[in-house]
Write a protein that binds this ligand. Structure first.
Ligand code: PGA
Length: 247
């Protein structure tokens, strides 16, 4: 099953691009056909316009709040995202874990509210360079999965994808080797299998993220448990992103 699953190539624009840049990206991207499924995670302000410019591309937000509404100045809720036609949300990205101090428990609350509002969730997990060097990768990933998915039942698992993003590989040009990534992806599948059973684990899509480029994507995609990529820097350029989505 893992090998035959359609791959997902997701673009995480982070805090980049003006509206004009987003519109040009859409114009360039629109002309292209891609082999893999594509999802784009633009900044909040461009979601609605992009949904009109790229109606067939699923769009996701890069975060949502853990409550549906209320006195939370500056926040955006899953309910709002759903109401503008957004279908995905990226949760637990390492930059949010680091800069906004998001905990596994908070990410878990966000996942629950996202699922309640019928959003698909891409949950990011990954270890720091120090944890990697100390051989703690599996331990960290297991905790992020267990605590992040606490109370999520197996009937919700088809709406969840996991992105393994080793922090030492994000934006550094230091991609994990296909072998390194495959080992962790296989561990993630095994952990999900223990939590939810084999059939949920087999159909779970596990994406790799961290300095994915048109040059290294094919080798990564050959690995059995790598079901696509979450792409930061290289997703900002429509041409590069399309190359990855055709790798
Ligand atoms: P990168 O970012 O491709 O620029 O390394 C990946 C991510 O943070 O999602």
């Amino acid at each position: 099953m893992e090998g035959s699953m359609k791959k997902i190539v997701a673009g995480n624009w982070k805090m980049n691009k003006t509206l004009g840049d987003a519109v040009s990206f859409a114009a360039n991207f629109k002309k292209e056909k891609t082999k893999h499924e594509v999802i784009i995670f633009p900044p909040f302000p461009y979601l609605e316009q992009l949904s009109r410019l790229l109606p067939v591309v699923p769009l996701g937000a890069q975060n949502c709040h853990e409550e549906e509404s209320g006195a939370f100045t500056g926040e955006v809720s899953a309910l709002m995202l759903r109401s503008i036609g957004c279908t995905w949300v990226l949760l637990g990205h390492s930059e949010r874990r680091e800069y906004q101090k998001e905990s596994n428990a908070q990410i878990n609350q966000k996942i629950k509210v996202a699922l309640k509002n019928n959003l698909h969730v891409m949950l990011c997990v990954g270890e720091t360079e120090k944890e990697h060097k100390e051989g703690l990768t599996n331990e960290i990933i297991k905790r992020q999965l267990k605590e992040g998915l606490a109370g999520i039942t197996s009937d919700h698992m088809p709406s969840i994808a996991i992105a393994y993003e080793p922090i030492w590989a994000i934006g550094t040009g230091n991609t994990a080797t296909p072998k390194q990534a495959q080992e962790v992806h296989s561990f993630i599948r095994e952990t999900i299998s223990k939590l939810y059973g084999e059939s949920v684990a087999k159909s779970l899509r596990i994406l790799y993220g961290g300095s994915v480029t048109p040059q290294n994507a094919s080798a990564l995609f050959k690995e059995k448990d790598i079901n696509g990529a979450l792409v930061g820097g290289a997703s900002l350029d429509a041409e590069k992103f399309v190359k990855i989505a055709n790798s």
